[in-house]
Design a protein around this ligand. Structure first.
Ligand code: GLA
Length: 574
């Protein structure tokens, strides 16, 4: 069903995305713990740390690049139009000398305000702030072992009125490639016609150059990018422009969080560039706690980490935030799962991001409030088995012990960021209903994913009995598209069967596309299903598979009324 239309932003409810409903009992079977000292991914796949193969349905320009969220620096937040080629080269020097490059920051991106006019043959020509043009600056960036990014818009004019690319898409893509550009941020100002077509043309033009160029779609949150950009770019802006205002940064967080199901290696939600170190006003991001919270939660969301501060003037505290290797490792984890909020009580939020190591979870505890708050978490909330788990504080880079649960007090606006390594849930065994298993990952657009009931959009257990086209189902998952649920199989199962459809509990017309894959290979695609359509049944061979992936896509028309049922979802295993 259509969303509010252009400019519409997703609104988060409580933002819970963990499984709700009945007990999280798990069938027996061996766990995915490591053997012989070799780390094994939770799915039970030896050495499986590289996520999954390039996505089989949704191909952006080039999924062989940006396999982890891009990291770098961009000129816009710090400079707007007040910079020259010399400043850009100084920033390349600073990326290296500050240790940012060693920490993983790779791209140096020139944003708006470099283009001036077109030559007689249509070639874009740089303004006087680049007296020798763009190519020597790109060469300088490359000489530092960095990569170079450039900006334009799909329209006639950029957002500050410089020449855009309309009518010159292929020519500009070829020019960028000939200059050695590695990253293209393509903005929305002046867009004409069908928005998505504009960026698809850019995707095709970049691909045609033959050069691997990261394709950054910047709609500034307009034109419902969750309906198309996720299948077009390596990253796509999900919100309007960031600025250092603390409460606006939190709004951006809330808008990006429910889109977790779209992120995957090669393709990332982009909640915009970092404002760490940029606060000026009292209402801005200023304190160490605020800077760490911003960076922690961007890392949890597998967001591109594009610094936006003047690296020549960075304080030691700001540098320490931007270069903390253990926090960066959360963002860059090769599994590429976007972390999400699983609990939100009063002002305290619990976020979880599964990492590639067996039983590893990045966990953020964020206090939005104005007073210190206490929180206790247990391992079930993280999708881990009970028992003890190793807890490490990532900001302090310090082990906190092997614990049965974790309690702490969080200061206002602060985030405690942890890596918790526990026992993954047991692999399924026998005739195992998904709603009786613990998933390795579960994200949902609205409300928690429900067991054996439909999605009620808000709290756990607020759904109704599962029902598709008047057919009732006792067992199954009630999700809200876009939703992604994953289960580790450990190569122990032979068959997965499921009936899918839009639940009868919606008051309007929902539309969902159900997609099942295992180990990156497609198994089933329902096509678009609407409210009232009879359930579609799939019986799928999962022999030898390590991981089952259930994607409920919004059918590219927004998320309203998309109550999606994975009914009678059952595995047959050893
Ligand atoms: C838009 C983008 C920003 C920046 C400016 C430049 O507002 O969203 O990120 O690129 O244009 O004009």
């Amino acid at each position: 069903m259509a969303t509010a239309g252009s400019g519409g932003q997703p609104t988060s409810s409580a933002g819970q995305t963990a499984l709700g409903g009945g007990g999280a009992s798990t069938a027996g079977g061996s766990s995915g713990a490591g053997t012989g000292g070799q780390a094994m991914a939770e799915a039970g796949q030896a050495g499986a740390t590289d996520g999954e193969p390039p996505d089989v349905w949704f191909q952006p320009s080039d999924v062989t690049i940006a396999r982890t969220p891009p990291m770098g620096w961009n000129s816009w937040n710090a400079f707007k139009c007040n910079y020259t080629a010399t400043d850009i080269e100084a920033m390349a020097d600073a990326l290296v000398s500050s240790g940012m490059q060693a920490a993983g920051y790779e791209y140096l991106n020139i944003d708006d305000c470099w283009a001036d006019h077109r030559a007689a043959d249509g070639t874009i020509v740089a303004a006087s702030n680049f007296p020798n043009g763009i190519k020597p600056v790109v060469d300088y960036i490359h000489s530092k072992g960095l990569k170079a990014g450039l900006y334009t818009t799909v329209g006639d004019g950029t957002c500050v009125g410089r020449p855009g690319s309309r009518g010159h898409t292929s020519q500009d893509a070829n020019t960028y490639a000939s200059w050695g550009v590695d990253y293209a941020k393509i903005d929305w100002c002046g867009v004409q016609g069908d928005p998505a077509t504009n960026w698809r043309d850019w995707r095709d033009a970049l691909k045609a150059t033959g050069r691997p160029i990261v394709f950054s779609i910047c709609t500034a949150g307009r034109f419902d990018p969750w309906n198309w950009a996720y299948a077009t770019g390596n990253l796509w802006r999900t919100t309007d422009d960031i600025n250092p205002n603390w409460s606006w940064i939190l709004q951006i967080l809330d808008q990006n969080e429910p889109l977790a199901s779209l992120a995957r290696p090669g393709a990332w939600n982009d909640p915009d560039m970092l404002e760490v170190g940029n606060g000026i006003n009292t209402w801005d991001i200023q304190s160490d706690a605020q800077n760490k919270t911003h960076f922690s939660l961007w890392a949890m969301m597998a967001a591109p980490l594009i610094a936006g501060n003047d690296l020549r003037k960075m304080t030691p505290a700001v540098k320490a935030v931007l270069t903390n290797p253990e926090v960066i490792a959360v963002d860059q984890d090769p599994l590429g799962y976007q972390g999400h909020r699983v609990r939100h009580a009063a002002d305290v939020e619990l976020w979880v991001k599964p990492l590639s190591g067996s039983g590893e979870r990045a966990v953020a505890l964020f206090n939005r409030g104005t007073a210190a708050e206490s929180i206790t978490i247990d391992w079930a909330e993280l999708g881990l088995s009970p028992g003890t788990a190793m807890v490490r504080d990532l900001w302090a880079q310090k082990d906190l012990g092997t614990l049965a649960n974790f309690s702490t007090e969080i200061q206002p606006q602060a985030t405690t960021l942890l890596k918790i390594t526990g026992k993954p849930p047991a692999f399924p065994s026998g005739h195992a209903y998904l709603s009786d298993l613990t998933p390795s990952y579960a994200s949902n657009y609205w409300g928690p994913i429900e067991r054996d009931q439909s999605n009620g959009e808000q709290a756990a257990n607020d759904g109704k009995p599962l029902s598709i086209a008047k057919t009732p189902f006792a067992k199954g998952l009630g999700v809200h598209a876009g939703s992604l649920v994953r289960y580790a199989l450990g190569a122990r199962c032979s068959s997965f069967s499921v009936q899918v459809g839009v639940d009868d509990d919606v008051t309007g017309a929902g539309s969902v596309r159900f997609i099942v894959s295992a180990d990156g290979a497609p198994l089933a695609d329902s096509g678009v299903m609407k409210s009232g359509d009879a359930p579609k049944k799939f019986t799928l061979n999962v022999t030898g598979k390590h991981e089952l992936k259930l994607l409920a896509n919004n059918a590219d028309d927004g998320n309203n009324f998309d109550h999606a049922d994975w009914a009678d979802a059952v595995l047959d295993c050893l």
